[in-house]
Design a protein around this ligand. Sequence first.
Ligand code: ZN
Length: 241
Amino acid sequence: MSGWKGPLIWIATAAIFAGGAYLADKHIPGEHLPWKELDTSRPLGKATKSQILRMALSPPEVCMDLARDTAGFETIPSDPKEGPSTGDGKDVCGWEVARLVYGQDDIVLTPGEANMKCPLSVSTYLWTREIDRLAQERYGEGLAKMHHMGTYSCRRQNGNNSGRWSQHAYGNAWDVASFELTDGHLVSVRSDWTGEDGDAEFLRDIRNAACKVFNVTLSPDYNAAHYDHFHLDMGPSSACR
Ligand SMILES: [Zn+2]
């Protein structure tokens, strides 16, 4: 008697889901929909990070093509990097595929460009653009320079002699110290994090924006070793501190 009810319920359920997905696709911006491909022209949204993570799990050319085609992103493919030929980091450190990042539009990295694994470079692009937007909003000035402490360093976590390797060993982590605006105003993690003023708030906004695009974001809130920089990486851990 009720043999047809089961399939009917499944069909109805499937139709509701399909209809919901169709409506979401039509009316909700793509940055909030996890099943959409990452589009670097969109603002940051609720699904941006999951879109980045999915891209990072795809073959490397997916990210390399996206970075190349991102308007205003000043970057070229890096040469492969071999780790040391002897010692602890042999066959561990370095990378096959990565990008050399100079900056974007009118924003430059200083003291100079940085090698980054491709997904890290794309997250960096999105974060930098968001910092520029936050700076415009708060100061009426754009971001001009990102003062950084580099990416690649063949070492283990926390400088230990054993244990897990740092994401810096793969060019998959970046340390950033301060942010210089178009009028020369410098906001630095070292001197402005502990203040009560707008610069301290700006740094917290920047840290919170980083958490939307990087797997790991560590600020002075994490520990004393990070008193003067933000550590950002795209390794397998997850942290927003
Ligand atoms: Zn670091």
